[in-house]
Write a protein of this length. Structure first.
Lengths: 189, 522
């Protein structure tokens, strides 16, 4: 995945971007040899942000990684959550105000703190609306995209492949088979 | 498809097109009655169903906001979705996972068998079990239930192999691939199950029974069904004699319309059914239509539900296959020595990503929480489905804080679990953990109370009009041509997933309405 140095995000300057509405950018490169590299059209990824400057986006990304820490899950998946939160803030003044205030409450340098310190910090604000909103967005977004599905081994959509009837729905070998009386024969043959 | 006149006083109006409403539409049109079937949601099809879980959720779910209160977990864990059911043609039969157990004889006599339990509002059903059983048999043939009437069981999946081995090791005897309204062989013009693992997103092969592609098209073929999808009924009106005279609704363009009716059947899923009755208050029915007993919305039951997961050293791939095709039946008994009244099923279950962290895990975040999801490949899962006790104050009311797009108060749900529910949950989840531990689970995980997928009791049938809303035919005690045709009529919850019972009662109610209408009494 993304190099280890960029686990908390690799915010880059937005200056060279020409899009007027872009505030910040999160970007990264999926490592050569990673299974995803073969699936995606390009190993490089970038998410443009409409509300968050890059430094705040990095703080948000660090917060999301602390809520749902999967060490070998690529930043590209986490950036989707940042993008979703940013998109919501772009759509409402109230959401923008809440997000800016929430991120400010994390303090400067949050993204650079060790995980234990970030966790302690988040514990203290856990019951607040800001944390709860980011937690919910993390669960709904982080685990519902093909990057995460490939990472966790979830095979997902099956109709186009004929379901799992001939693709391992009963291939478990480390326990005995169920006796016929409690099961049912396959629907053919 | 015919379009009946708005002022046609000869039509039967049905509100809701799910297990109850869709079945009623077929049965009443078959008997020659003209039916206008209202459905708030859109019509989907096998082709439009999505196996992207988030897309399917947005496409099928009743997403109108609700408010809630009480001590049950969804107040904190699922504030925007206390109940998970559908808003689409076919209703929750599009989303259901198709387990079709019967209620047991003792469950219809809960008050007599369990006794007077403080804090509960138990009552016996006004229907004899043999009578219900007769209709179960008709319903099972209609739905093609597996392991009944010569229909083979579904084949065991990986997830079920784990449940079966563990349950047998614990000494359970009645452990099998469940009674399922999913074709194990091609029948009824629909193919066999190919184990897609997406029962809850709409079955893209149609192997799972849903009124969307069985009862409703049959009713349409009769030429007597006027299906109005994307039409939301906001009020039931009555005449000077106190008989239901029609409904007020918003059409697909949001314009208010008024449909006259000879008979009104409400099948909006028990939460919305109660809300509609309460919204229909009038000078004559000041507490809401058919609510002189003040029982509308009360006794709301939703089952004792919990997910239990086992994490193993080796893969299970529990997402492959029919979701609920497995059951342990042994605990569906009344045995007070366990420390609670009533019983429960342990049913096979899996949750996709992202649904697992959204509703299937205890509240949490951080390292420990994430480590559960890291083991997704190696998880086995089951769902506790037990009888919860009715309580007068576990109820649906009109929200005082939230309104829908038309300015009408949304449903408010209040739930405080009874001590009996708490004791049953502890026992059932404990047995679930033991099942997995007995076959080598390195960790077990029990969910908090997930959003309610089974809604019952809010217009319950009762012998005594003071104790319920409807009689033994689901007919409102106070309004002779008003019927409830969904899970709201269940006098108690029992431990059975409700759809088979809803269909059985709808079939019975349709026969009654047909007979009464033909005899000029309705």
């Amino acid at each position: 995945m993304n190099t280890s140095a960029t686990h908390t995000g690799s915010p880059q300057s937005a200056d060279r971007r020409s899009f007027v509405r872009v505030m910040g950018v999160l970007s990264g490169v999926i490592a050569l040899g990673h299974p995803l590299a073969a699936l995606l059209p390009s190993r490089a990824w970038a998410v443009e942000l409409r509300v968050l400057p890059s430094a705040q986006a990095a703080a948000l990304l660090a917060m999301i990684r602390t809520i749902a820490p999967h060490d070998t899950l690529d930043d590209a998946a986490y950036a989707l959550v940042v993008s979703a939160v940013d998109g919501e803030a772009a759509g409402s003044t109230q959401a923008r105000t809440d997000l800016t205030a929430g991120l400010a409450s994390l303090g400067d340098g949050f993204a650079l703190l060790p995980e234990d310190a970030r966790t302690l910090h988040l514990k203290a604000i856990e019951n607040g609306a800001f944390f709860q909103s980011v937690r919910t967005k993390t669960l709904t977004t982080l685990y519902s995209n093909p990057i995460a599905w490939a990472h966790f081994g979830y095979e997902g959509e099956s109709f186009s492949k004929g379901g799992y009837l001939l693709r391992g729905f009963n291939d478990l070998k480390w326990l005995p088979d169920v006796p016929p009386a409690d099961s049912g024969a396959l629907p053919f043959g | 498809m015919p379009r009946f006149e708005l002022n046609d006083t000869d039509v039967v109006v049905i509100v809701g097109s799910g297990a109850g409403g869709g079945t009623m539409a077929n049965e009443l049109t078959r008997r020659g009655l003209k039916v206008v079937l209202f459905e708030a949601g859109k019509r989907q099809s096998l082709a439009t169903f999505s196996q992207n879980p988030s897309e399917a959720f947005a496409q099928l779910t009743w997403l109108e906001p609700r408010s809630q209160s009480g001590t049950w977990d969804p107040v904190k864990n699922s504030p925007t979705l206390p109940a998970w059911h559908c808003r689409t043609v076919g209703g929750t039969t599009v989303h259901w996972t198709a387990a079709t157990p019967r209620l047991q004889p003792y469950e219809l006599r809960a008050r007599s068998v369990y006794g007077d339990i403080p804090g509960a509002s138990l009552a016996d059903w006004p229907i004899d079990y043999d009578e219900l059983k007769r209709w179960y048999q008709v319903a099972e043939k209609r739905l093609g239930v597996t392991r009944r009437n010569g229909n083979p069981g579904l084949p065991a999946s990986n997830n079920f192999k784990v449940m079966h081995a563990g349950a047998r090791r614990l000494g359970y005897k009645r452990v099998h691939t469940n009674y399922m309204a999913i074709n194990s062989r091609a029948r009824d013009g629909r193919g066999f199950c190919i184990q897609q693992g997406f029962c809850a997103q709409g079955c893209k092969t149609g192997a799972k029974w849903s009124t969307l592609y069985t009862e409703i098209p049959q009713a349409e073929a009769s030429g007597r069904l006027d299906l109005r999808s994307e039409c939301f009924v906001t009020r039931i009106e009555h005449d000077d004699a106190g008989r239901a005279s029609g409904v007020v609704y918003r059409d697909a363009a949001g314009v208010e319309q008024r449909q006259r009716a000879r008979i009104v059947c409400v099948a909006g899923n028990a939460i919305e059914t109660a809300r509609l009755l309460l919204l229909s208050e009038s000078g004559r029915f000041r507490q809401g239509l058919a609510n002189g007993s003040d029982q509308v919305g009360r006794n709301y039951c939703h089952h004792v539900l919990s997910f239990v997961f086992g994490i193993f050293d080796q893969p299970v791939s529990f997402w492959r296959g029919a979701v609920l095709a497995g059951v342990v039946e042994d605990e569906n008994i009344h045995d007070p020595r366990r420390g609670f009244a009533g019983g429960y099923h342990l049913e096979l279950a899996m949750l996709d990503l992202p649904t697992l962290p959204l509703i299937g895990l205890p509240y949490g975040w951080g390292r420990d929480y994430a480590s559960i999801i890291d083991n997704y490949r190696n998880m086995a899962g089951m769902l506790v489905n037990g009888e919860d006790l009715p309580r007068a104050d576990n109820r649906i009311t009109l929200s005082t804080t939230r309104k829908d797009a038309y300015g009408l108060p949304v449903a408010h749900i209040h739930c405080d679990p009874h001590a009996n529910d708490v004791a049953m949950r502890a026992h059932a989840t404990g047995q679930g953990r033991k099942i997995y531990e007995s076959v080598g689970a390195k960790r077990t995980v029990v969910s908090s109370i997930p959003p309610a997928t089974h809604q019952m009791g809010t217009a319950r049938m009762s012998h005594d009009p003071a104790q319920g809303v409807t009689n033994a035919h689901g007919r409102a005690h106070e309004v002779p041509n008003l019927f409830m045709s969904d899970g709201s009529v269940q006098t108690t919850a029992g431990a059975a997933n409700p759809t088979l019972t809803i269909v059985a009662l709808a079939l019975r109610q349709a026969e009654y309405i047909g007979r009464e209408a033909a005899g000029g009494r309705l």
